[in-house]
Design a binder for this molecule. Structure first.
Ligand code: AMP
Length: 198
């Protein structure tokens, strides 16, 4: 994988274990020549991750919507900064550019981005690995919710398994590297063909 988008908090969280995870992932990217694509911020987890990579000579592409592009928020050191008109334009650009998704601890923004990527995978619009770094069991409750969705008949087990979960960086990256997307089901095929005719 050459380019990976990372979604993570615009806050740092209270426990330093999360910040350390962002540093560890940043170091992994530099050591493996992976370009970071992210929200372009200098605050919270986004700031730690991007600065870790930039300080070691790695590449960082920030994609930020105009409404968030304030001086106190944007990381001015990024290798490339792309400003989009809207949040949705940013998401489309990000997804076109990258080979995979990773989410670290964060809030609403992070969960929105995580589930958008999974939805694209579920609809077979994309077939990219989507990883969750479950540091300190931060996402245990989110994962429990996914189990409830499966047991209550709202989510297919095979689609749930598209989400690759690692408790540390090396475990997650191993899963990302060996990911094989599930086969397109006949039902989805029908939906997509129908959509294209509209
Ligand atoms: P949150 O998890 O709610 O803190 O939101 C973080 C996610 O939303 C990041 O992955 C960003 O892509 C996006 N985001 C939220 N706030 C900002 C900001 N101030 N600057 C850039 N991106 C942001």
């Amino acid at each position: 994988m050459k380019k990976i988008v990372v979604f993570c908090g615009s806050s740092l969280g209270f426990n330093p274990i999360y910040k350390n995870a962002a540093i560890e992932l940043g170091n992994y990217f530099v050591n493996n020549d992976i370009t970071l694509v992210y929200g372009g911020g200098k605050i919270g987890m986004m700031g730690v991750l991007s600065e870790t990579i930039l300080n070691k000579g790695g590449k960082v592409i920030g994609i930020i919507p105009a409404l968030l592009k304030k001086e106190e928020v944007v990381n001015p050191h990024v290798t490339e900064l792309i400003v989009t008109k809207t949040m949705s334009e940013r998401k489309i650009l990000m997804s076109k550019m990258i080979d995979g998704y990773i989410s670290l601890p964060g809030g609403f923004g992070t969960l929105d981005e995580l589930f958008e990527g999974l939805t694209l995978g579920q609809l077979h619009i994309e077939q990219k690995p989507n990883g969750l770094l479950n540091i300190n069991g931060f996402f245990d409750h989110t994962l429990k919710q996914l189990e409830v969705m499966v047991s209550e008949g709202y989510l297919k087990q095979e689609n749930k398994e598209m989400l690759l979960v690692g408790n540390n960086v090396s475990e997650l990256m191993l899963k990302m590297d060996s990911y094989i997307a599930p086969e397109k089901s006949a039902v989805i095929n029908k939906v997509i063909n129908h959509d294209h005719k509209l």
